[in-house]
Design a protein around this ligand. Structure first.
Ligand code: AGP
Length: 612
């Protein structure tokens, strides 16, 4: 969601802020702004639209001011429409204190009313603006920005990752976190603040992750951290694990396409050092210390949102079929508010690419408070979910910039397959049986590469169906979640209405939609329920629906039943989703391109959803 970048140091600040904001664009936003500290004054410029619009405005007015302290923000609107006034930074009455903020201040109306009564004048409809005025009010008597921010934050309820600067103390940035991620970056005689590492990786790899309730004073010389209640905290300095090339497009037109093509490598990375092919076994260090809990669990609950939830659904099929573990899958947003009955015999896996999704993090805390063992399946190293979990497995997909999740999904599936095999072996699966599966898994990256050798039929489909208003995606068993994922990908980036359904469920309602204009995508690998799906295909055919089949290379029967066939290599049934989803990712991508949509930054979406 909102992007934050701040800088203090000897370099020219504006280019650092603009570059940082551009690297955060992938998070999703609708306006952008900067504040610079210049000769004892704060210059604020902000604009609805893209960072490029802000830069164009600055250039038009011949304003590219030099400064050594500043901050930039990209806003994803919550309170107040996305316009110039509601864009961040927000300032106090005198324009001497500026604030950028990610999150929601829940009690902002009460504070606003009180401050208005004390004569404060507000410019915007945002919740954020009250922070600037509240700090102003406290600063009048405290005369200490670091302390004033801490005192102000004791009065607010809600979530924030925020940065404050003031013309009164032009040698520092104050940063604070509650629920919205924020990191400090440490350079040589310079300091950074950022919502995520992508904004500052070009300048430093040394970072400090703030925890909830912590406030930091960042100067060019270093930083100091306290809780909002004034307790000093020693923070560890950590090293960012990825490099700049991983967050650049590397010759591809869009990040999404780059990330789709990275999958042979990212799937391999998820297995590296973990999959012991000829031993028919799996080693997962992050689960060693919870081995007994995992093996003795009454049930496993997998929790996530969106694509991560879809991965969880596939995981349920794997865990129940292969490892015989009773498994449930829950939407994080539903789990947290439905008083779930959880005991300390439950193991809860939280799946999240970003590791920052607010609902998933809240579900983690709920499950932990109720005594469950909480384990993360997370991509972003050092993220909140990773840090608050009691153990877990990183999926190692590398930074995912495209808003539509692709490589993280297949890495999540691969990781779930590894966890399943590890449990199955611990529970007595024979080595010979397991080796068949570990070899299948090991062969998956090569089979993904094979899919990329023939993408033309998928591109042709996109040309053919670019004007369709609706799409139906159907699959059964472990491929039902693949149908859900195909539909989600398509609607996210091409804005075509799409539904995913279990193929047999179609006749209980969606069949009413089928006519000669309705494209229906069937995920129909040659597995144990192939014949059943074929019957569902016939039902659609009988109603003249246009059938697109995702089928195995050696399936010749399908030719006479489908209007279009996209081929994928065959694999073990429960690993099939890792391959079968790839043509659907490509279909969504080509459809979006055909329709002229913004593939990497689809409207209204945020890459990591850090508000409820
Ligand atoms: C995927 O394409 C979506 N952008 C979205 O559904 C995403 O998977 C969801 O918001 C969960 O995010 P997370 O994996 O970072 O927790």
């Amino acid at each position: 969601m909102c992007g934050i970048v701040g800088y203090i140091g000897p370099k020219d600040t504006l280019p650092i802020l603009i570059e940082g904001l551009k690297r955060l664009e992938y998070r999703g936003y609708d306006s952008a702004g900067i504040a610079l500290s210049i000769n004892g004054e704060i210059l604020v410029r902000k604009k609805a639209g893209k960072v490029a619009d802000l830069v164009a405005d600055l250039k038009k007015s011949n304003e590219l001011p030099h400064a050594h302290l500043g901050m930039g923000h990209t806003r994803w609107a919550t309170h107040g429409e996305p316009n110039d006034i509601n864009a961040h930074p927000h300032v106090d009455c005198q324009g001497e204190i500026a604030v950028i903020h990610n999150g929601i201040i829940e009690n902002y109306l009460a504070i606003k009313t009180r401050l208005k009564q004390r004569g404060h004048v507000f410019q915007s409809e945002t919740d954020t603006e009250i922070l600037a005025h509240l700090i102003e009010e406290i600063y009048k008597t405290k005369k200490d920005l670091f302390a004033a921010v801490r005192l102000a934050l004791r009065e607010v309820r809600g979530t924030y990752g925020l940065v404050v600067l003031s013309s009164h103390e032009p040698d520092k940035l104050i940063a604070a976190r509650m629920g919205s991620p924020l990191i400090l970056g440490l350079g040589d005689g310079e300091g950074f603040v950022a919502a995520d590492a992508a904004a500052i990786i070009a300048h430093t790899r040394q970072v400090v992750y703030l925890n909830d309730g912590e406030v930091a004073e960042v100067t060019a010389r270093g930083f100091e951290t306290k809780t909002i209640y004034d307790v000093s905290i020693d923070k560890a300095i950590e090293e960012i694990t990825f490099d700049l090339s991983q967050i650049e497009r590397g010759g591809y037109e869009h990040f999404m396409m780059k990330e789709i093509h990275e999958q042979p490598e990212t799937i391999r990375n998820a297995m590296r050092g973990r999959l012991l092919v000829e031993e028919g076994n799996v080693r997962l260090g992050g689960l060693d210390h919870v081995r007994d809990k995992l093996l003795g669990a009454r049930r496993v609950i997998i929790i996530g949102c969106g694509t991560s939830w879809h991965a969880g659904l596939v995981g349920e099929y794997m865990l129940e079929h292969i490892a015989k573990v009773p498994t449930e899958v829950e939407y994080a947003s539903e789990f947290r508010y439905r008083s779930p009955v959880i005991t300390n015999n439950d193991v809860v896996f939280l799946i999240s690419q970003s590791g920052e999704t607010a609902d998933t993090l809240a579900a983690l805390r709920e499950a932990k408070a109720k005594g469950a063992t909480v384990l993360g399946i997370v991509n972003v190293v050092g993220s909140s979910i990773a840090r608050e979990s009691q153990g877990g497995v990183y999926v190692h997909a590398g930074p995912e910039i495209g808003v539509a999740s692709t490589k993280a999904f297949t890495s999540q599936l691969t990781t779930l397959a590894l966890i399943t095999l590890m449990i199955a072996r611990e529970k007595g699966m024979k080595k010979e049986e397991a080796v068949v599966l570990t070899r299948e898994l090991d062969a998956i990256p090569g089979k993904v590469s094979q899919i990329f050798t023939n993408v033309e039929p998928i591109r042709a489909l996109a040309r053919e169906f670019r004007d369709s208003k609706n799409f139906l995606f159907l699959g059964r068993g472990a491929n039902f979640p693949v149908a859900l994922e195909g539909a989600l990908k398509l609607k996210e980036i091409s804005y075509i209405h799409a539904e995913g359904y279990p193929a047999a469920e179609m006749k209980h309602g969606p069949i009413a939609l089928i006519d000669e204009k309705m494209p229906v995508v069937f995920v129909v690998p040659k597995d144990s329920i192939y014949e059943k799906v074929i019957s569902n295909i016939q039902e659609v055919r009988a109603r003249k629906g246009r059938i697109i089949a995702i089928a195995n290379e050696d399936d010749h029967e399908i030719n006479s039943m489908a209007d279009y066939v996209i081929r994928v290599p065959r694999t073990y049934g429960f690993f099939g989703p890792i391959l079968n989803v790839i043509p659907l990712q490509l279909l969504a991508y080509y459809m979006a391109v055909e329709r002229g949509c913004n593939v990497d930054q689809p409207r209204n979406l945020a890459k990591s959803v850090t508000v409820e």
